[in-house]
Design a protein around this ligand. Sequence first.
Ligand SMILES: Nc1ncnc2c1ncn2[C@@H]1O[C@H](COP(=O)(O)OP(=O)(O)OP(=O)(O)O)[C@@H](O)[C@H]1O
Length: 533
Amino acid sequence: MQLTVAGERVAREGLLVLVEARRGEEKVIARIERIVPVNEFYLEGDLWSEARRRGLEPPLLEEAARRYTLAEAAVLGRAGPRGLEELSAPPLPGDRVRLLGPGELREALGLSEDEPGIVWFGELLGYQGLGLPLDVENITMHVGVFGETGSGKSYGVGYLLELLSRIPLGDGAYGALPAIVVDANGDYLDYYEAYASGKQVGEYRRVYRLVFPSSPARYRPYTKPVTIDLDGFTAREIAEFIITYKAGGVELNELQVSGLERVLRELEAMGYGFTELLTERISLVYDMLDELSRGRSAAIHAQTARAIRAALEKFHRDIVEGYRVISRKPGLDTGFIEELTREPGLAILDFSAEGAPGVPLPVRQLVVAYLARLLYKQFTLYKIRGEERYLVLVLEEAQNYAPNPRSYPVAWSLARDYLSLIATQGRKFGLSLVLVSQRPIFVDPVVLSMLNTWIIYRLPVEDVGYVSRASGGLPKTLERRLTKLPRGVAVVTGQMNVLGFPVLVRTGRRSVGHAMGRTRVVETLRRLYSTGG
Ligand SMILES: Nc1ncnc2c1ncn2[C@@H]1O[C@H](COP(=O)(O)OP(=O)(O)OP(=O)(O)O)[C@@H](O)[C@H]1O
């Protein structure tokens, strides 16, 4: 297409336009892919090359020359009664192209203003006030939010949560989707603070903050302790955790793991629960270990037994007595999930320095593994009972919980097993994952391959090809821009995107602020060190 002077000012690669095709008979939506300015006076190797070389450009010629700007656009579909349809014939030379008018995109997609189940995300690039429609129904096929540090991921996920806290349900009603956020840095605490100070957060009935028992914030209102029990895990899983925790996650010592597994199994057969054994009755575990490693034909070699004992002691000292995470009455239990999903609630699992003071990664992995297992079990139960429930699990720094074993070996990976179970099966039970990561390359490819909606902020160069492929292929024009996107602008593609093709979107404004992400270098330097002046 050839642009008008006004069009030259607004046209950008990625911008959506409306083609009045076949002289206005059909409304066709297209996306600008390339812009090529042409000026007849500036052609490679033209008559004026030598004059230009000498700096002698003839005046006025530039003005007199033929000048125009061409734009190439890809046709995306024509407006039909049920969304975009394939064109029967291409637009004709001479058909007019213009920006989408207010309401025209909605019309083209066959959506009403308050369409049930549709939330409008941010602003399509180049259009003030025109949001991207997202189909909430498809969130159950999981979402990935990626982007390098400071690209606006957390802000964007907070904004998405706000949309999910007020979903149009038809007839003027709104509802919230229950959610649990594993908050790595306290980026979502603003929602808790807003709620705790009496403000409404969408249609959520409750907003909880979950902190470790050692957190100074534990006595604040709507705050629950991050405590778990071990009874749902198998003896093998617990043994693996205890041994890798001691070893710092380097290598799994199979002899020690199977020795400890044996000890736990023997005690389990005698009717003890793992939580009970590893908290108040740890001496029974030590005794059983002694018993199994005594004598010449002992099941566990004395040296292995010493290593197991050391691992058990470290586990007990750090995790049971230090962080106090293990409890026979865990704060995170089926009752809590029941409450969150019956009266829609938002729970923020606070892994920030205040919510989880000094708590190392393996302990956070244990908690996430426990949570993923708990959710999976509880939702399976709902399904069996014929009760339909929904919940979104937002996982910041997903690479720490569902690590790619090839490129990111971080300690224990049990959380990954349960998360991949949710990724592959969760949809049927109403459990959705929203995985957030700075480095998608470090996230387990199995889990990644189950994501069906992608919100991609600015990426490091090394991740572009990987993400583009994993998200089902992006147009080259968008792929090229991924490393240069300004903060808060993302490419959105996949099942939730009602348009059906990848687009550039600017995140909308959160109605609750984002205190955590703010930095104030200059202001602080001035306050601390300012001299003279
Ligand atoms: N759309 C936006 N509108 C206004 N401010 C924004 C927007 N997106 C991001 N910001 C601000 O930019 C800063 C960085 O954003 P954010 O914390 O979301 O980045 P991030 O990608 O999550 O980074 P990290 O991976 O380091 O957590 C924050 O101060 C945030 O409030």
